[in-house]
Design a protein around this ligand. Structure first.
Ligand code: ADP
Length: 469
């Protein structure tokens, strides 16, 4: 079997495995372990100049190769074009994106530097899999350097309609960069349609045929057993005791403006206003560690949340009850899993999200005998698969309020029925299955468009099966 080369902005710490590893590392784990592999990307460190030669560490069957980013490239490629321009635009937020020619210069320069540092490490029959929006231009750079290997790309975030995407300066070059890939994966059929539309309109119709939807999953069994194990741990018991019999609603997100946090807080407040019988009966715990704290929009968001939480707690709290608990420190993943299991309601209401793994983790964490209810944004990729959720418009606090009211009163049999449907999907479409599906498309065993839609078990597929029977 040929070697697998994974390229992503960040490279996981080879010593971290299992519960502490990030989503992509979990998803790639089986594939990396099964064959000789190389993971290439940024070390997470900055230096005077961007590195030209990768530092390499071997761990099991994988070599981890990293380069440092120069201060300028960190500022223009990472903070600038990737996080302040591409991230908002890909999440449909053209209006808050910040454009600067120097940022785009840093982006092209860093994509070229990544390609130049990777090229000497490549073997002729490697399969290369590039991840996410930081590296739209990398395959084109590799091709320029004469690399002929198969190159696949997966976009973890949404792809907006082309009228939005084309608002981005240099949109055409970015699309041309994508067109250099042999297989292009996105999360949902909507994303695939949007990207195909943009490619076709840009005269790259042939590349549009290489786009497919591959919904990413989680290590479902692993997360479920983690949650079950942690439910008796000190932190989780402390949380449960502190609730004094009240129901828990939980939100777990990076502190990011795509996650709909101000609207979620407002929705929770609206629920207490409009359905006063729930006052004193429910506590909402929002865990949202600060991310990208050095980008201006994130500082504004933090202030907005501080005020929103303060207002609702100030207005509604009783001496023995505060409606919202809000934590901006990081909480360990196993503890989060235990918290999710204790929660009666999972509130996952991003304004736009490629997939949203938290939604799937909430489902996996539930007690199969007494599961909680998922309140889920219709604008999360996960909403395509999780048809047992109460689906809301995250921009409408009243819609969130009404779903919370329904969730609070939902009888056990309905909770069980909704959860069982979602669990079947989450368990069938795991991270490892996602990885296999994409690689099989990339390595030419199946056409991309068909491979992409072959989720083992989707609501649509189940309905079709039922109709056939
Ligand atoms: P994104 O990639 O945009 O952050 P996802 O929901 O797809 O959103 O993935 C986030 C991952 O990070 C999940 O695995 C989730 O458990 C983890 N995570 C998010 N917020 C927290 C938090 N507050 N504490 C611990 N882990 C978190």
């Amino acid at each position: 079997m040929s070697r697998l080369v994974v390229v992503a902005n960040r490279v996981p710490d080879p010593r971290e495995g299992g519960a502490t590893a990030g989503g992509l590392a979990v998803a790639m784990k089986d594939a990396l372990a099964k064959r000789d592999s190389l993971w290439f990307g940024w070390s997470g460190k900055t230096a005077e100049e961007t590195g030209t030669e990768a530092a390499q560490v071997r761990h099991g069957s994988t070599t981890y190769a990293t380069i440092d980013l120069g201060h300028d490239d960190y500022r223009h490629y990472y903070q600038g074009f990737s996080n302040a321009a591409l991230w908002p635009v890909l999440h449909y937020r053209l209006g808050i994106a910040r454009f600067d020619r120097r940022d785009y210069g840093g982006y092209t320069r860093t994509n070229a530097a990544f390609a130049a540092a990777l090229a000497p490490l490549l073997r002729p029959d490697d399969t290369i899999w590039i991840h996410d929006f930081h590296l739209f231009l990398m395959a084109a750079e590799l091709r320029r350097l004469g690399c002929r290997q198969r190159i696949g790309f997966f976009l973890h975030v949404p792809f907006p309609p082309r009228s939005v995407f084309n608002g981005l300066p240099h949109a055409a070059q970015l699309l041309e960069g994508l067109a250099s890939m042999d297989a292009i994966g996105v999360q949902t059929e909507d994303d695939a349609e949007n990207l195909r539309g943009a490619l076709i309109a840009g005269g790259m119709g042939e590349a549009a045929m290489r786009v497919g939807a591959f919904a990413i999953g989680i290590d479902a069994a692993g997360f479920a057993s983690l949650a079950a194990r942690r439910v008796g741990s000190k932190d989780v018991v402390r949380l449960r005791d502190s609730l004094a019999g009240r129901s828990l609603a939980i939100g777990v997100d990076r502190l990011d403006y795509t996650k709909g946090l101000p609207q979620r807080i407002a929705g929770f407040g609206a629920m207490l206003e409009r359905f006063p019988r729930h006052r004193g009966k429910i506590t909402f715990l929002q865990v949202a560690p600060v991310s990208r704290g050095d980008v201006a929009q994130y500082r504004t968001l933090r202030r907005e949340l501080d005020e929103g939480v303060g207002r609702i707690n100030g207005q509604m709290a009783e001496p023995d009850w505060a409606p919202i608990r809000y934590i901006t420190r990081a909480v360990a993943r196993p503890t989060i899993a235990g918290f999710m299991r204790v929660a009666r309601i999972g509130l996952v209401t991003p304004l736009r999200d490629g997939m949203n793994l938290v939604a799937k983790e909430f489902v996996a964490a539930q007690d199969p005998v007494d599961p909680g209810v998922l309140v889920l944004s219709r604008f999360a990729g996960a909403a395509v698969e999780l048809d047992g959720a109460l689906v809301v418009n995250p921009l409408d606090p009243d819609d969130i309020a009404e779903a919370l009211d329904v969730a609070m009163d939902m009888p056990a049999d309905e909770r069980l029925d909704r959860w069982s449907r979602m669990w079947a999907t989450v368990r069938a479409n795991t991270a490892a299955a996602w990885c296999r599906r994409f690689l099989s498309a990339l390595e030419g065993h199946e056409a991309v468009a068909e491979a992409g839609s072959s989720l083992e078990e989707t609501p649509k597929r189940r309905r079709a099966k039922r109709a056939e029977a």
